[in-house]
Write a protein that binds this ligand. Structure first.
Ligand code: AGP
Length: 608
């Protein structure tokens, strides 16, 4: 999704902006641009495609000046092109704006502005902003920005520079994150903290409807009533994004291989056999948890799949009624939110617009929200009553891998903790289950050690046009996740299905050309899975099975078998995830695709 940076200070502004944009690259984008004020004019450079193109332009023609803004654009309105890239300008090229979000009423605003003789040069919704500011400017830029904000409907964070008041950036936000980085004789703005961490760790998180005037030595913030307010800076200790793939050809592969280490660290942090089992140190009281009779988990994409596994775990271990909802459905469905309900939000980035909106829905109904999140200080973490951090480290590949397995580990630990609070698990049973969790990192490594087997399978199937993934019970969400991983990076159509549902429709697709990935580890539904595989085989489908070491029966049905180490059913989605990730990865690489930055996708989905 679009990323914003801004800088006021004495360093080379174009270099600071560009280095901020590199840090935002992981979010996904298709074009970029910067604008800097110098000699009373706005100088602008834009590029379509990778940031390298913009970097090369700036290398040849640097922009000097002490105030500037930059942007990476992920197209929503208008194709990726130089005209549609940001900054967008007003008619007289005196106001430049970068925007993240969607202006929902831009068509009516544009119509009006066109009638008032404003000249539009792009197909973007964002271009209405500089024109509105131009219209309202009567000698006070701050006032003009506020009036423009009042006209706009939708979600936005935007930053403005103008030759009329050249020493400042004015920025504001609603529903989309925007932060201020405080430096010495210099200040920065950005869509997220990563972009400024190289220069400062003192961060202000702006609130909705805030307008902020940033100069090199002053930050003034005005709330929705235009009252000047103090927003306390936080110290962000998160690591800077390591843009280093090391020995790996792609970030995705590096992140897949990091999983045993990440899992080991997070498990060690959470389990201490000498103490009473309390893995998360949550502010929501034990009493409140114990009373909870219903859980609603809301999330998007891979995080939603983790939440789906969570539903099975919470119902199994805690006997608590658990619903799983896609955030974009939850937020608009007017869900029944009452009683002793705990709402959980799961998000790697912590900035997913729909998930944040779901949290706000729950808070409006006075429900407690517990989130499972990776990025420290992110909006999801800040707006929830409590946050469980998964500590997976920065995930740069667009396809979520190590964050997913870390979410599953957190959900397993959380459901055991919850079960303990409800007096549903005996001490020795709990100890045995925790010991099984502690074995997971080693088992993950065993899988990675024979990843070549997956490469061989990928070689046999990378030309397929469609895939089906089947699973049952706690591994039905694994089937959904396997299909999502494959389609998002290989562009092969794939669908995940509960195996028992296959005969109600998708079985019609099966023929000798269709690979069907059957997730068949040892489990309470193993025999049912084998029957479903027989049904696939009878129709000549090509079966790729993921099964438990030592399982001989599966070989009689499947064309290919990849074995994972034995583990309890509740932990099997964690191990199953690795061969599914590797399969998607190798297929995408064999098809010659950009695995880390697949087309049309963004890492941080900050618009709905
Ligand atoms: C994962 O591989 C996807 N790229 C995507 O589905 C992602 O999980 C989804 O956008 C949710 O993101 P979040 O976890 O940051 O909220």
């Amino acid at each position: 999704m679009c990323g914003i940076v801004g800088y006021v200070g004495t360093r080379a502004t174009d270099t600071v902006l560009l280095s901020g944009l590199w840090k935002l690259e992981y979010r996904g984008y298709d074009s970029s641009g910067v604008a800097v004020i110098s000699d009373g004019e706005i100088h602008m450079k834009k590029a379509v495609g990778k940031l390298k193109v913009l970097a090369d332009i700036l290398d040849k023609e640097p922009l000097s000046g002490s105030v500037g803004i930059g942007h990476t654009r992920w197209a929503t309105h208008g194709e990726p092109s130089a005209e549609n890239a940001h900054p967008q300008m007003d008619c007289s090229n005196t106001i430049a704006v970068v925007h993240n979000g969607i202006i929902e009423n831009y068509l009516s605003l544009k119509e009006k502005l066109v009638k008032e003789k404003h000249l539009f040069r792009s197909f973007t919704d964002s271009e209405v902003i500089p024109h509105l500011i131009e219209k309202y400017y009567k000698g006070n830029l701050l006032k003009a920005v506020r009036l423009a904000m009042n006209d706009i409907e939708g979600s936005y964070a935007f930053a403005v520079i103008s030759t009329k008041e050249p020493n400042k950036i004015i920025c504001c936000k609603k529903d989309v994150p925007l932060i201020i980085g405080i430096g010495k004789n210099e200040n920065l703005i950005s869509s997220d903290t990563f972009a400024v961490l190289g220069l400062t760790r003192k961060i202000i998180f702006l609130e909705d409807y805030d307008i902020c005037v940033v100069t090199n030595d002053k930050i003034s913030i005005f709330d929705k009533d235009d009252k000047e307010v103090e927003r306390k800076p936080s110290r962000v200790n998160g690591k800077m994004i390591e843009a280093d793939k090391g020995e790996f050809p792609h970030f995705m592969l590096k992140e897949i291989y990091e999983q045993p280490k990440v899992a080991e660290k997070s498990i060690k942090r959470r389990i201490n056999h000498n103490e009473n089992f309390n893995p998360f140190d949550l502010a929501v009281s034990e009493g409140e948890f114990a009373k909870t009779s219903r859980v609603i988990i809301q999330a998007c994409g891979t995080s939603w799949h983790a939440g789906y596994v969570g539903k099975y775990l919470l119902e199994k271990f805690c006997r608590v009624h658990t619903e799983i909802d896609i955030s974009s459905e939850f937020r608009y469905r007017n869900p029944v939110l009452s009683g002793e309900t705990l709402v959980m939000a799961i998000s790697q980035s912590g900035e997913t617009a729909d998930t944040i909106a779901g949290i706000r829905e729950a808070k409006l109904a006075f429900l407690k929200v517990l989130s499972i999140v990776n990025v420290m200080g992110s909006t999801v973490a800040r707006e929830s009553d409590d946050a469980i951090y998964i500590h997976a480290g920065p995930e740069i590949g667009v396809a979520s891998t190590k964050a997913y397995t870390s979410q599953l580990i957190a959900l397993n630990l959380f459901s055991l903790y919850f079960s303990k609070l409800k007096w549903l698990i005996k001490e020795d049973e709990l100890t045995a289950k925790l010991k099984e969790i502690e074995l997971i990192p080693k088992k993950m490594q065993q899988i990675l050690d024979k990843s070549d087997e997956i490469l061989e399978i990928a070689k046999r199937f990378h030309r397929a046009r469609n895939f089906i993934f089947l699973g049952r019970g706690v591994n039905y969400p694994s089937a959904l996740e396997g299909a999502l991983k494959l389609k998002e990076i290989s562009y092969i159509h794939a669908t995940g299905y509960p195996a028992g549902e296959m005969k109600h429709g998708p079985i019609a697709l099966i023929d000798e050309h269709l690979p069907v990935v059957c997730i068949t580890p040892k489990s309470s539904v193993y025999a049912k899975m084998i029957s479903n595989m027989e049904e696939v085989k009878a129709r000549k489908g090509k079966i790729i099975a993921i099964a438990t070491e030592g399982d001989k029966e599966v070989k009689n049905v499947a064309d290919e078998v990849f074995y994972i180490p034995d583990c309890p059913e509740s932990l099997s989605p964690i191990l199953v995830a690795l061969p599914l990730q590797l399969l998607a990865y190798h297929i995408a690489v064999l098809r010659g695709l950009d695995v880390d930055k697949p087309r049309n996708l963004a890492k941080s989905v900050t618009v709905e």
